[in-house]
Design a protein around this ligand. Structure first.
Ligand SMILES: Nc1ncnc2c1ncn2[C@@H]1O[C@H](COP(=O)(O)OP(=O)(O)OP(=O)(O)O)[C@@H](O)[C@H]1O
Length: 247
């Protein structure tokens, strides 16, 4: 059995990042970053623009090559092969929508579950869970932006991931949709999925996460519960006056 198809090691974090560094020429986008996400946990990854959040996601997905450090999923080292991520139970949403605009809602969600025995029924259930069933056969580009964000989420969730990477899921959403998103994230974690959440909407992060890790200039400057992080002066300083509050 290869490391890619082996079951996760019992007791190991779903995601363990140790001493990770990523360089782009002379720029250290990530510098000795360590973090972990356990089964059923929601961990927020926050920090100002350019702090390295998306680079960390890209490293986990094998899209950028670290210059140092290691990444393990379920206790097993991660091979730099984005195509095999789904087989390891990893799903991701993108900062933009990343949808196939010429396809219907159903076809977009189906794209997240092409390996399944009966992808059609999984897709239908996921669409119903997110209130998208009545839009299933519409071109995805015809839906309002919040519903398109839901389609992108549905495409990740239909794979029943064990590790879910969410890149700015609350971006562009109104208050009610953000509240519903928070419920969905917590519900997903309650099924045992580990969630790593990159988000600029700090109140949302503080309300939904069990722990928060703060990056600035590629380094971890704070980590802990939302209350611990919100009270950390280094975090206020990194955000240059943006209010950081725990709900
Ligand atoms: N492919 C790349 N080539 C060169 N530099 C890059 C590349 N990708 C990211 N960077 C740089 O690495 C640093 C970290 O970028 P990254 O996108 O990870 O930050 P971020 O925290 O996700 O920012 P934002 O909140 O704006 O999305 C930035 O200085 C960025 O300009």
């Amino acid at each position: 059995m290869s490391a890619l198809t082996a079951p996760p090691r019992e007791g190991a974090p779903r995601l363990a990042v140790r001493g990770l560094s990523v360089r782009f020429g002379g720029l250290a986008a990530l510098d000795d970053v360590s973090l972990h996400v356990d089964e059923g946990e929601v961990v927020g990854l926050i920090g100002p623009n350019g702090a390295g959040k998306t680079t960390l996601f890209n490293a986990v997905c094998g899209l950028v090559r670290p210059s140092a450090g290691s990444i393990a999923v379920g206790g097993l080292p991660l091979a730099p092969d984005p195509v095999r991520l789904a087989a390891r139970g990893v799903a991701r949403t993108l900062q933009g929508l990343g949808l196939f605009r010429g396809l219907t809602v159903r076809e977009n969600v189906l794209a997240g579950r092409l390996d399944a025995h009966d992808p059609g029924s999984d897709t239908q259930r996921q669409l119903a869970d997110l209130g998208l069933a009545e839009h299933a056969d519409r071109p995805v580009g015809d839906l309002p932006y919040p519903d398109q964000k839901k389609v992108a989420l549905a495409r990740a969730l239909v794979a029943e991931p064990r590790l879910l990477l969410l890149d700015e899921p609350a971006g562009g959403l109104g208050t009610d949709d953000i509240a519903a998103l928070g419920d969905l994230v917590r519900h997903t974690a309650a099924t045992g999925c580990a969630v790593l959440l990159v988000e600029h909407h700090v109140d949302f992060v503080m309300g939904v996460c069990d722990r928060v890790v703060v990056l600035d200039f590629g380094r971890v400057i704070a980590s802990g519960t939302p209350d611990e992080v919100a009270g950390d002066p280094a975090v206020d300083e990194a955000y240059l006056g943006i209010e950081v509050t725990a709900s």
